[in-house]
Design a protein around this ligand. Structure first.
Ligand code: IMP
Length: 186
């Protein structure tokens, strides 16, 4: 679909809000408190997996009350429409040695689990002091590899979702809530 058609259909594709701004805010506050309590006094590196996690990262880092550093990696999962093709490529890597950090990967959603499975293997091979995964959303029904996040703020059914950093063809990342994307409407 071309860009102009996408903009025309923008609102009718937002089927319904499934997680509100308030619910996201509250869950992040609690996650931030837990992380701050368990990592206090240790060097933390939050690794945001772009692009989808940029909004979550911005909010969760401000809910953490102990010192932490931030790093970015870009992983691209190739989609055919709203279905994962299973191909994951690291297109931008971290800019530092992680062996002196307790690494916390910050992800938007675990779907098939392939992206994080690959990223965790890669980062573990670089010998961080420890490595945990925090995801905003988890879609366990869609899992194709054996992967479990250490912390998932919300578990959702098998919907294609948009908003709060998550996109469909690069649109909708700026919605302040998580919504179901309507794959039926044309
Ligand atoms: P996985 O490798 O299948 O677990 O997928 C990981 C990536 O696919 C996520 O980081 C998202 O960027 C994207 N993704 C998976 N499910 C959705 C969805 O429902 N909406 C938008 N993006 C998604």
């Amino acid at each position: 679909m071309d860009k102009e058609q996408c903009i025309k259909d923008y609102n009718k594709k937002i089927k319904r809000i499934i997680i509100s701004e308030e619910e996201i805010k509250e869950a992040i506050k609690q996650a931030g408190e837990k992380i701050s309590a368990s990592y206090d006094g240790r060097p933390i590196l939050l690794v945001s997996i772009l692009k989808g996690s940029f909004v979550f990262l911005a909010d969760i880092c401000r809910a953490i009350s102990v010192p932490c550093e931030i790093g970015f990696m870009c992983a691209k999962s190739y989609y055919e429409g709203t279905v994962s093709s299973g191909i994951v490529r690291i297109t931008m890597d971290l800019d530092r040695d992680i062996s002196k950090y307790h690494v916390i990967i910050i992800e938007d959603i675990v779907d098939t689990g392939r992206t994080l499975n690959d990223i965790v293997k890669l980062l573990k091979s670089r010998n961080p002091l420890s490595l945990k995964v925090v995801t905003l959303l988890d879609k366990p029904d869609r899992r194709l590899v054996d992967f479990k996040a250490d912390m998932a703020l919300f578990t959702i059914p098998d919907f294609f979702v948009i908003g709060y950093g998550l996109d469909c063809a690069e649109n909708y990342r700026n919605l302040p809530y998580i919504a179901e994307y309507d794959t039926e409407v044309d």
